[in-house]
Design a protein around this ligand. Structure first.
Ligand code: NAI
Length: 641
């Protein structure tokens, strides 16, 4: 049988060069077709005369193998389907492990997941010392663990502590570290020297197949306990079962490498079918989708930010960190200085060394006289949330700005059309709605009005991408998508509390669900004054509005006043965090999430966002909706809510 993705050629020394070059893809991934073809390859290796050794290499200029093709996972409908796939792959990989002659894999570039399990079938691994050569088991990020017998084969080489580190963090291990830990046996300088290094490795084996590496005498229990303490302290098995399954897997089966690999088949299928893996795989794809929409060049080099408060100050700071030349103005020069001090503190935390901090500080310029406005390619307004103030700002901006400069507002609720009415050319205005805190939250809603021109929107998307943010295009409509869905959810929580359910019970239900914090605590965190202002245009129950007003009148507006619905000890709401009955908590969480789900659905139906995927992505990246639930609409569909 001919092969499409693999090729085999035997040289005059009897070395069988096996090359993977997946057709129709720019990088190698282990699709099912690629894996199935390995049966033909194994047959050819078995029947070819005179083979003395096998060398496994990759035929792509970029990367070794990136792992399984996760798009194909959706065809797997039951644990039995997954089990059958694993049996198939384990059997095929074992045929390569059992080849009677020495085998060597040569790795240049990324060897991830299944793309690392594949070379691990070989007796020896040679890798290039290129910075692009990185080895890892990222499966945990998809709610999974390695499933192609790589857990045992890696364990046999590097032991419990190192394999747990790789499997629990999903991190990529650079070539030098891989050599040090024993994951690979030798490095060569670069791809040009890889074939010679493989030949030398084969020669060093003298035609004798070496025994499999195996670990003896290590304290597996101590390694498992250490890894549990280090990597799973903040995790919960009911949210993300994979890390806990990985720990149990090694604890139960080490030190027998073959038993570890075999046991994967009993664990992996359930992980693959879990709600968490379903959600995390979806988020992986949503991330990819959103990042793609933020690619490209915004043709922005200089940015002028007007309003150096909480938002403007931080937008300016992040823009300078992302390479833009930024000028920052405010009618109050103390606000500018305070913002620049905050930026310095951010850079000290993130960039650490003066060599990195100083050039960024040089790019962030205090500009009380708005000198930078004339030259700026993008002007972002982040002044007070008042239409008259914003209109006045934009009238002045339009008079001075370059004709091709994009004009953007960070308004959270004012219709863009109203602000644009201050402009001679309203098509220039878009919204760039960042989320607080800007350095932390990845979402930017890129807002377009009925007037906005396509080029300005496209440049706004690209600029957000260059700010290393996740941009979601939204139509100008009350609350855009995130606030439209978030505020009614918070207010439903407040209404439930006013109806008699203890605040702690409500918040605990949502924390148990997986939200970063519950709605009452979040209202306190946002500030009850801001909550009332932001919710009013969206509508809210009268009793909730009255409760906010009463608290505001009493000066107890949440975290910033030390007291809101909870008492606050700086960053922490003082609440009992009691244990409540699980079933009731699940029902409570589902009912309180319903307004969020309804509003996301309505935003999609009304074309405020492009699709349910975009709505889910917005809630995940803007609000911290749990990734392992895949977004509110995905959660609702899965649970028929
Ligand atoms: P802030 O009150 O912290 O800062 C506003 C700044 O604008 C102040 O420093 C003020 O001196 C300055 N300013 C006011 N009028 C001005 C004018 N005419 N010219 C120059 N400077 C002027 O406000 P914050 O929170 O930064 O909000 C700014 C905008 O961002 C608002 O539209 C708000 O709705 C929006 N926003 C706020 C979020 C938040 O969590 N705080 C989140 C997302 C958007």
């Amino acid at each position: 049988m001919t092969m499409e993705h693999w090729s085999l050629s035997v040289d005059d020394q009897g070395i069988a060069w096996v090359t993977l070059d997946v057709q129709g893809k720019s990088v190698n991934v282990l699709t099912r077709a690629v894996v199935s073809e390995m049966a033909t390859l194994a047959d050819q290796l078995a029947h070819h005369d005179g083979i003395t050794a096998m060398a496994l290499v990759c035929g792509k200029p970029q990367g070794f193998v990136y792992g399984a093709d996760i798009n194909e996972f959706t065809d797997l409908k039951t644990e039995a389907d997954v089990g059958a796939l694993l049996d198939h792959v384990h059997g095929l990989f074992q045929r390569f492990a059992d080849l009677p002659f020495p085998t060597v894999a040569g790795i240049d570039g990324f060897a991830l997941g299944g793309g690392l399990e594949l070379p691990l079938v070989c007796d020896r691994l040679v890798a290039t010392a290129s910075p692009k050569t990185q080895l890892g088991f990222p499966e945990v990020k998809l709610g999974l663990m390695p499933g192609y017998a790589g857990t045992g084969r890696a364990y046999g080489r590097i032991g419990a502590a190192a394999v747990l580190d790789m499997m629990l963090t999903g991190r990529m291990v650079p070539a030098a570290e891989a050599l040090e830990m024993g994951l690979v046996d030798q490095l060569c300088d670069d791809a040009a020297g890889l074939h010679d290094a493989i030949r030398a490795m084969i020669a060093s084996m003298g035609g004798v197949k070496p025994p499999r590496p195996s670990i003896t005498g290590e304290d597996t229990k101590a390694a498992v306990d250490d890894a549990a303490a280090k990597f799973t302290k903040r995790l919960r098995p009911d949210h993300t079962p994979a890390p806990f399954a990985i720990l149990d897997h090694i604890a139960d089966n080490a030190p027998d490498a073959a038993a570890i690999s075999e046991a994967e088949k009993g664990i992996f299928p359930a992980l693959m079918m879990s709600e968490a893996s379903d959600g995390l795989r979806r988020v992986f794809q949503l991330t990819d989708m959103v990042k793609k929409t933020g690619r490209g060049d915004s043709e922005v080099q200089s940015v002028h930010v007007i309003g150096a408060g909480v938002m403007g100050g931080d937008i300016a700071a992040v823009a300078a960190m992302c390479g833009f030349n930024v000028t920052l103005s405010d009618m109050n020069s103390d606000a500018i200085m305070a913002a620049i001090d905050r930026a310095r503190a951010l850079y000290e935390r993130r960039l650490k060394s003066p060599e990195k901090i100083n050039p960024v500080m040089d790019r962030l310029v205090a500009d009380p006289d708005q000198k930078g406005l004339v030259e700026a390619d993008l002007i972002i307004e982040a002044v007070a949330e008042r239409l008259d103030v914003k209109k006045a700002v934009f009238t002045a901006v339009e008079a001075k700005a370059k004709p091709e400069a994009i004009l953007a507002t960070n308004t959270s609720a004012i219709p863009l059309e109203d602000i644009a009415s201050a402009l001679n050319d309203p098509s220039r205005l878009i919204g760039l709605h960042f989320f607080n805190p800007v350095p932390v939250l990845p979402l930017v809603e890129v807002i377009y009005s009925q007037y906005s021109n396509d080029q300005a929107i496209a440049r706004g998307m690209a600029f957000s991408g260059q700010m290393k943010k996740m941009p979601i295009r939204c139509k100008s409509a009350p609350g855009f998508v995130v606030n439209r869905a978030l505020l009614p959810y918070i207010n439903a929580g407040i209404a439930q509390m006013l109806a008699g359910t203890p605040a702690d019970e409500i918040d605990q239900a949502l924390v148990n669900f997986g939200m970063p914090m519950g709605p009452i605590e979040l209202a306190d965190q946002i500030g009850l004054d801001v909550m009332l202002d932001a919710s009013t245009p969206l509508g809210m129950p009268d009793e909730v509005a009255a409760a906010f007003q009463q608290m505001i009148d009493a000066g107890t507006i949440g975290r910033k006043s030390g007291q809101g619905f909870y008492e606050w000890d700086d960053k922490k709401a003082l609440r009992p965090r009691a244990v409540y009955e699980t079933h009731a908590q699940k029902a409570l969480a589902a009912s309180l999430l319903q307004p969020m789900i309804d509003e996301c659905r309505a935003a999609v139906a009304q074309g405020v966002v492009d699709s349910a995927d975009h709505a889910d992505a917005a809630m995940i990246f803007g609000v911290g909706f749990p990734q392992f639930k895949g977004g509110p609409l995905h959660f609702a569909d899965r649970n028929a809510l």
